[in-house]
Design a protein around this ligand. Structure first.
Ligand code: FES
Length: 110
């Protein structure tokens, strides 16, 4: 297997719904995404061989929103504020340690 271009890839659902149904955008997913991107950059973690933070549409786990997923581990997080994002960056993206308290339960779907 070739080395992956990014060591870790983070996807944030930024989906919004115009029909009044709940979606991650209604819980400031954009703010969390922006904060994560800037924090990853500030920590020197971004770029090839390191971490990439990307926008995503609905990831179909809306009931736990806002959500983000980190690959290659496939670790799903549900977060509330920037302090949660800071912990994910410091612990998971920097040291490879999953933040257990922010894990999205496996049975949460749409
Ligand atoms: S709206 Fe975010 S996972 Fe569906």
């Amino acid at each position: 297997m070739p080395q992956p271009y990014y060591a870790r890839h983070v996807f944030f659902c930024l989906n919004k719904r115009e029909n009044g149904e709940d979606a991650c955008a209604a819980h400031d997913a954009q703010g969390a995404f922006d904060h994560c991107k800037s924090r990853v950059k500030k920590e020197g973690l971004s770029g090839p061989g390191k971490v990439r933070v990307n926008k995503a549409g609905c990831l179909d786990r809306c009931a736990g929103g806002p959500v983000a997923v980190v690959y290659p581990e496939g670790t799903w997080y549900s977060f509330v504020d920037n302090a949660d994002i800071d912990e994910i960056v410091e612990s998971h993206l920097k040291r490879g340690e999953v933040v257990e308290r922010l894990l999205l339960p496996p049975d949460v779907g749409r």
